[in-house]
Every structure is written in structure tokens, then in C-alpha cells.
Design a protein around this ligand. Structure first.
Ligand code: 9Z3
Length: 366
């Protein structure tokens, strides 16, 4: 395995890596969903959610994973639906999903909500099952919304596991969503690996132990946000998330991502504070720009190690908006705890509408 590490462009990546076998089927379903939403005049949010894996072997026994339970994505999807958007929920298999997340097996196991009736009133010999009375109200609310969303056909879910699945799906879905023009929102909350092992460098079988330590050299995952914005869906409203553990890096990295990719918003979150504090980083309003375009970088913002600005000269270009909620008291029941995603989505829905109006106006005036 003495192959030099490579920096893949998006083009090289898709020319050399293999698509998931379900890609065609997934894309056909999304195509139909998008066509229906377009006909019914809905905006569509593509929500990506959960971590991506990086397999170390072709017959995969071991893999690296990125942190994310899928809470951000699943919760936000519910609020987008409530705001009247249709949602494509592209999530890591077995991560949290809208509605069922309220009854996650670890924090709120649904079996604890059920009781076997003992009063012998059942018609046949099968005991009846009922919902614990004090849980009924909450369950009814979640269940009613879930059923209404299903009846309206406004939620479409599909899964990925590896970072390779994620990249192929994101490319295909953003190409499909291009037909919606400005009515498509991209809410990229999935925790995506920065590094991967190209299949050409992977061991076919399980890596054997017994030879001492294991050295793996990974390649960098292509920065495909640039392709989303510049090629695949030039008119969509694109929001990416930036996760850091060093708070000092949050704003500089978020600004650098905006500078580099030219999309609309980066939402920065610190790992430990993410449930009650996020920061929206966006470009200060500029004189009207044609849709799908963004200003040329005004400052050199990269260093050899990645995308950290080398000097803080970007504060004139970008604006930060902090969103905070109170840290909930542990005695408040889970169903009554305020969720920061509610405020995130409210803010984004507002910005998306304003952005559509502005970009339509600037198109008309040209
Ligand atoms: C996030 O930052 C999400 O908010 C979390 C949500 C992963 C923290 P949970 O699902 O966690 O509620 O448990 N997502 C984006 C992380 C990411 O990979 N961002 C890339 C980066 O930081 C850019 S796409 O470089």
C-alpha cells in the first residue's frame, strides 16, 4: 500500500470511486418527490443528518465514524415541515429520524409507554395493549403530526452509511433539486468526514493484527460544497454547519468556509454548547448579485493546513448572529424542553424568503 496520498478534486473523486448500488433507485424516488412538491408550489429543504463512516476494508469490519446522533437534523426536519416546507431527509442509517426521535430506544424507550391491560375486557383471548395515561397527550401530539405529514406526502427519507454514499447522494440530489431554483434550501447538518480511504488503497479483507501498530494514511475528501454551489444547484439557498471543539476557531473557520464556497450561511456550533448556542455567519448584504454568483475572495484566507484565515481581516465582510436558548432545568419534562432547532429554522425560513425576494428583484432589474 505504498501509494502517495492524493488530494481529490470532486471530478477525480467521482471518476475513481464507485457509486452506491441504490443510487439510481434513490434518485428516481427523489425526482418524483421533487416534481410533486414543485407542482404543489412548496419549498423543499434537503436536510442531511448524522455521521458518515469511512470503511478501512472493502469487506468492511472496521470503520471510522464522525460524531452525530442525528438530533440536529431530525429535529430541524420537524420544524421545516411545520413551517410548510417539504423535506428530503437524507440521514445516516439508524440515526435519529423526525417524529420517532421522541421515542429513541436509549432516552425514551417506547416499550415503557405501553401497558398490558389486566381487566379481562378483551374480546378474544389476546390481552389489549394501551398507552400509559400520563404519556398519552404527548404521544397523541407527535403521532397526529406524523400521520398528517405522511398523509400530505411532504417528507421523503433516504439513508447513507459511508462518506462515499453521502457524496454520491448529495451530488445527485442537488442536481435534482436544481429544478426548484431558489425554492430549494440545503441544510447540511450531517457530520462529514474530512478524510477517507480511496477504494484503490483499501485492503480487500479484514486487516490482520499481529504485525504491531497499524498505520493508515488517508486522503482528503474533496470539498464538494463548492461544486454544490457553483455547478450542481446554482440557485439554491445553502446552509452548512461548522463543528469545532476549540471555540476560538469557530468564527474564523465559518468565515473561511463562506469565503471559500460562496454559499449563504454557515452555522457554527461548539460540540459542548451546540444544544443551546449556535452562531449564524453570513456575508454582509452587498449590492445585488446575480443568483448563483458570489463575490471573488477579497482576502487570502487559507494557510497550508487548511482553511483557517491567517489574519482577522474578514470582519468587514461577514456578520455574526448568535442564537441562544436557556439551558433547560433537568426537572422540565423532555416534551416541554425548548429546542434550539425551532429558532434556527424560524430564522432560516425568514432569511430564505428575504433572499428569494431580493434575488428575484435583482433578476428583474437586470
Ligand atoms: C454539525 O455541526 C451538527 O450541528 C452536529 C449535530 C453534528 C454537531 P447531533 O446530530 O450533532 O445533534 O448529535 N454538523 C456539521 C459537522 C461537519 O461535519 N461540518 C463540516 C466541518 O465542520 C462541514 S460540512 O468542516
Amino acid at each position: 500500500m505504498n501509494v502517495e496520498p492524493t488530494t481529490f478534486s470532486a471530478e477525480d473523486y467521482f471518476a475513481t470511486q464507485t457509486p452506491p448500488s441504490t443510487l439510481h433507485h434513490d434518485v428516481e424516488q427523489v425526482k418524483n418527490f421533487v416534481a410533486r412538491q414543485a407542482k404543489e408550489g412548496r419549498k423543499v429543504a434537503l436536510v442531511t443528518s448524522g455521521g458518515t463512516t469511512v470503511p478501512l476494508e472493502l469487506n468492511v469490519v472496521r470503520f471510522l465514524d464522525n460524531f452525530s446522533a442525528g438530533t440536529r437534523g431530525a429535529t430541524s426536519a420537524e420544524y421545516f415541515l411545520k413551517a410548510g416546507y417539504a423535506v428530503i431527509f437524507m440521514h445516516r442509517q439508524f440515526s435519529l429520524q423526525p417524529f420517532s426521535r421522541h421515542y429513541s430506544h436509549s432516552t425514551n424507550p417506547f416499550l415503557d409507554f405501553l401497558e398490558i391491560e389486566k381487566d379481562g375486557t378483551q374480546v378474544d383471548s389476546t390481552p389489549r395493549i394501551s398507552v400509559t395515561p400520563e404519556k398519552r397527550e404527548d404521544l397523541l401530539e407527535v403521532l397526529s403530526t406524523y400521520k398528517a405529514v405522511h398523509a400530505a406526502g411532504t417528507l421523503h427519507s433516504l439513508t447513507y452509511v459511508t462518506v462515499n454514499d453521502y457524496l454520491w447522494l448529495l451530488r445527485a440530489l442537488s442536481q435534482e433539486l436544481a429544478v426548484l431554483r431558489r425554492n430549494a434550501m440545503f441544510y447540511l447538518a450531517a457530520a462529514v468526514s474530512d478524510f477517507f480511504l480511496p477504494r484503490q488503497k483499501m485492503s480487500e479483507h479484514k486487516i490482520q493484527s499481529g504485525k504491531g501498530s497499524l498505520h493508515i494514511e488517508m486522503d482528503q475528501v474533496p470539498k464538494i460544497l463548492g461544486s454544490v454551489v457553483d455547478e450542481w444547484t446554482r440557485e439554491g439557498f445553502v446552509i452548512s454547519f461548522k463543528l469545532e471543539t476549540d471555540p476560538a476557531l469557530l468564527i474564523p473557520k465559518a468565515r473561511a468556509a463562506l469565503e471559500r464556497y460562496g454559499h449563504q450561511v454557515v452555522i457554527g456550533n461548539d460540540l459542548h454548547r451546540r444544544k443551546h448556542e449556535v452562531v449564524f455567519v453570513s456575508r454582509k448584504p452587498l449590492p445585488s448579485l446575480p443568483p448563483g454568483t458570489h463575490p471573488e475572495p477579497t482576502t487570502a484566507v487559507t494557510n497550508v493546513n487548511g482553511d483557517v484565515p491567517t489574519r482577522d481581516t474578514l470582519s468587514d465582510t461577514f456578520v455574526e448572529y448568535w442564537l441562544r436558548i436557556d439551558i433547560p432545568d433537568s426537572t422540565v419534562p423532555a416534551s416541554q424542553v425548548k429546542e434550539i432547532e425551532e429558532d434556527i429554522v424560524t430564522e432560516l425560513v425568514k432569511r430564505h424568503s428575504a433572499w428569494i425576494q431580493q434575488s428575484v428583484a435583482s433578476e428583474v432589474s437586470r
